[in-house]
Design a protein around this ligand. Sequence first.
Ligand SMILES: C[S@@+](CC[C@H](N)C(=O)[O-])C[C@H]1O[C@@H](n2cnc3c(N)ncnc32)[C@H](O)[C@@H]1O
Length: 269
Amino acid sequence: MSVDQELYPLGHSATELGRLELQAKLFEDPLLIHLAQEAESCLEIGSGIGSNWPSLQRANSTLRYEGIDLSETAVTKANSIHGGGRANFSVASATSLPFRPCAFDLVVSKLVLWSMGPAWKTALREAYRVLRPGGLFYAFEPYDQGVVFEPARPAFREVLEHWGQAASLNGIDLCLGPKVPEELILAGFKNVQTFFFPVLAPASDPERFQAICDNLGKFYLGESSREFLKDLNPRTLLKASEELLAAPHGLVMDAFFVTVGEKCLDSVD
Ligand SMILES: C[S@@+](CC[C@H](N)C(=O)[O-])C[C@H]1O[C@@H](n2cnc3c(N)ncnc32)[C@H](O)[C@@H]1O
């Protein structure tokens, strides 16, 4: 495993960075766009190559944005694509943020906490610290038990379950989404609200159907995922790939939870 892969289970290969870019468009959330329109400053933890920045910038051209990520590869790439102007990307950990208290109106975490192990709870406390009173934390995290193919694609289901079990041995939690609200309350946030966020397509929208299948395939069956699938029967892997390439039929759904919490107005830092 490379150093970058240790920081993030899928690593930061060119293939994975390309997947993150496409995924950001597929998973764009109107609520996050709205929050960006209302904010003057935003910190994104685990910003990767900055794939979420273009839509935030479109939403609010005066938004001051900081992106931090543990991976130097990701940060270098983010700065080369999106740096300058109002966006700045730097290497830092979400568990020890190099910012003063009350520095931001909005802190965003998109698909980051699930891969952090127990440290994700420390990241929520750090987000609280750097938010101004009344500022908002936004989290978008996976719920892979909500991935649905109708009619079922059984080999891919087996891959999902095997991946989830193998990854959980490394502290990775692909069902973290619904666990975020409770932990935000424990971290001191109030007005915590959570929403189910399905990314779905019926077969009548073949382009979106295929885009969702491609993203699932690159994530669960890509080169970097092989570590988690090494004990799985190779025939199941082959069958699962064939299922994802099959013509759109019925419905596909990937599943997430969005949670928003507010820092108390009377918070003392
Ligand atoms: C799935 S990627 C998501 C990137 C981006 N948020 C997006 O939506 O495209 C997760 C990112 O979180 C970063 N990451 C993981 N643990 C971190 C930590 N403790 N502090 C900062 N970044 C972290 C990884 O390096 C990786 O780039």
